[in-house]
Every structure is written in structure tokens, then in C-alpha cells.
Design a protein around this ligand. Structure first.
Ligand code: RP5
Length: 310
């Protein structure tokens, strides 16, 4: 009996830690890299009607996403939205005699490198590093291959009317709030991100997109400039499970967190939705947060980094 007690005491910490790990750890694909080719399976760009088109994606079951999994019947329709033709932000159609993109390179104007390493070129077209989407062509995305965006996650602590930080009763952790916009295209709430313009530095995109979408160019330009210049914390660089992705064109982003610790800077500004956004607001961050694409997974990383409630 004494021996049994001794064994139980010895094993208790191991048993307890395994229970804690299994109930609190994120799934493998969420950790560190968030999205890993060969592990992560996209869901948003599958088995639906391509946005603003009458084009139905070819069916792809969860187990048929990876290119390494055989799918002999796979025959996706090709679709490139007519309105992107001739736009300065869009590539020319392929194949072409004159347009020869430098795949997997950054030419200083257009970054065709993926955060997930070298992508394959199949029949002259870049191949989505995550897997099948049920659609070939570019859809409504401008670039063949990666389409680079930047996502500023602007946060402050939630405060009560006395200015005290509010915590969550269950976790005891302070509640973060983030600036979220409601996208005009799919009406989903999202990080106020946008595309990196040709030749543009990502930090310039982060500030520009926030100013356009969440402040609608209202004043306080100096304070906003200072807030963004003084630093953001890198959160994520990689694939976005965006509803516009195709087999040959996909979204990737660089997400940084800009945090207003005492709520005296951007945290006290009046938010005004810009042209691309239907609405803008401070939103509580937590596990019930539902956002466009895999933005909630990215925001969760911020909560972890700041030891905030999730
Ligand atoms: C998402 O779409 C990115 O993460 C970024 O937030 C956004 C960029 O596209 P637009 O808002 O410019 O359409 O995939």
C-alpha cells in the first residue's frame, strides 16, 4: 500500500501535466508556423461558388486537398475575373510570349516569393503550396502565385468606466480589444489589412491600410505615424485561407501587432470606416471571435504573446 502511494505521488506531476497539455495546447498546425504545407488544410477556398461569379469549384474532400494525395478525376474549371484584365495591380494572362514572371523571386516591385519556400511550376503555372482549391486560373486575384498582403493587428486593453483594465472571470486574464473592420465583399469581420503595392515596403502597407480602412484618413496623422513607426511585434508571415484562393493564385500575409498599452494613442481615436469597409469597431479578443479567412488564428497568437484572455 505504501509502495502504491509512493508510485502515485511520483506519477502525479506527469499525469497532471499531460492533462493540462492536452486540454490547453493548440492543434499541431496552429503552433509556431500556424500554417504548414502538408499539415494545414484550407477550408475557405473549397466546395463553394467562387465570389462574384457563377463558377462552381470542382469538389475537393478534406482528404483530397494535398497534391500528394491521388485524385485522378480532378478537373477544376478555369476562371479569371474579367475585371482584372489590364489593371496596373494585375499580371498579364498566361501563357504569354512577352510576360515571363520570375517565379520564386522578388524583383523589387513584385514579390513572387512564398513564405513557405519554393512553390512548384506545373504546366507553366505556379501551384498553390497548400493544395487543391477546385479552381484554376487567378479568380479575382491580381498575381499568379503569391499575392502579398499586410495585416495590422491594433490592440489595447479593455477598460471599465473608471479606466481600469477588465479581466475575464473564467481565465482571470486581461481582455484585449482589437480594431476589426467589416469587409464590404463578404460582410465578415476582419483585420484591416490590404495588398502590398508594387515596390511598397510592408511597414508602409500596414500603416496605409489601417489609416484608410479604420480611420478613413481622419486627422491625428502625426500620432498615427509615431504609433506605427515606434514598432510592431511580428506575429505571422504565411498563407491566408482566403475565399479568393485558387490552384494558381493565393493570398499570403505579414501580420504585426501594434499595441497601445495605456490606451492613450490609437486606443482613444474615433474609428471611421473607409471605402473598402462597411463598418469598423473595437472588438473583444477571445475564442468566440469569428473572423474572415484564418484571421482569428492569427489574432490568437497575439493573445498568447500578450498573455491575454482567449
Ligand atoms: C486577406 O485579405 C489578407 O489577410 C488581408 O487582410 C486582405 C487583403 O485583401 P483586400 O482586403 O485588399 O481585398 O486575405
Amino acid at each position: 500500500m505504501r509502495n502504491l502511494k509512493f508510485v502515485v505521488l511520483l506519477l502525479l506531476p506527469i499525469l497532471l501535466s499531460s492533462v493540462l497539455i492536452s486540454s490547453k495546447s493548440p492543434p499541431v498546425q496552429m503552433m509556431a508556423a500556424l500554417v504548414k504545407p502538408g499539415v494545414f488544410r484550407h477550408v475557405t477556398c473549397l466546395n463553394n461558388m467562387y465570389p462574384r461569379s457563377g463558377v462552381l469549384r470542382f469538389p475537393v474532400a478534406e482528404e483530397q486537398v494535398f497534391w500528394s494525395e491521388p485524385y485522378v478525376e480532378y478537373c477544376p474549371p478555369s476562371y479569371t475575373a474579367p475585371h482584372i484584365g489590364g489593371q496596373v495591380w494585375a499580371d498579364a494572362p498566361l501563357p504569354s510570349e512577352t510576360f515571363q514572371p520570375k517565379w520564386n523571386h522578388n524583383d523589387g516591385q513584385v514579390n513572387r516569393e512564398s513564405f513557405h519556400g519554393a512553390y512548384e511550376i506545373k504546366d507553366g503555372l505556379p501551384r498553390n503550396p497548400i493544395g487543391r482549391t477546385g479552381l484554376s486560373g487567378r479568380g479575382s486575384l491580381g498575381r499568379w502565385g503569391p499575392n502579398h498582403a499586410a495585416d495590422p493587428i491594433v490592440t489595447r486593453w479593455k477598460r471599465n468606466s473608471n479606466g481600469e483594465i477588465v479581466d475575464n472571470a473564467a481565465t482571470g486574464k486581461n481582455i484585449l480589444q482589437m480594431v476589426a473592420i467589416q469587409r464590404s465583399d463578404n460582410r465578415l469581420w476582419a483585420i484591416p489589412g490590404g495588398m502590398v503595392d508594387p515596390g511598397e515596403n510592408v511597414s508602409a502597407t500596414l500603416k496605409r491600410e489601417f489609416t484608410e480602412e479604420a480611420l478613413n484618413f481622419t486627422d491625428n496623422a502625426n500620432m498615427v505615424e509615431k504609433f506605427f513607426t515606434e514598432g510592431g511585434v511580428h506575429i505571422y508571415s504565411g498563407y491566408v485561407d482566403d475565399f479568393r484562393n485558387t490552384d494558381n493564385a493565393w493570398m499570403e500575409t505579414t501580420a504585426l501587432n501594434f499595441h497601445d498599452e495605456d490606451g492613450s494613442q490609437v486606443g482613444q481615436l474615433k474609428l471611421v470606416a473607409g471605402d473598402d469597409a462597411a463598418n469598423v469597431r473595437w472588438t473583444d479578443v477571445g475564442s468566440s471571435l469569428k473572423l474572415h479567412a484564418n484571421h482569428a488564428d492569427i489574432v490568437r497568437e497575439v493573445a498568447i504573446k500578450r498573455d491575454a484572455h482567449w
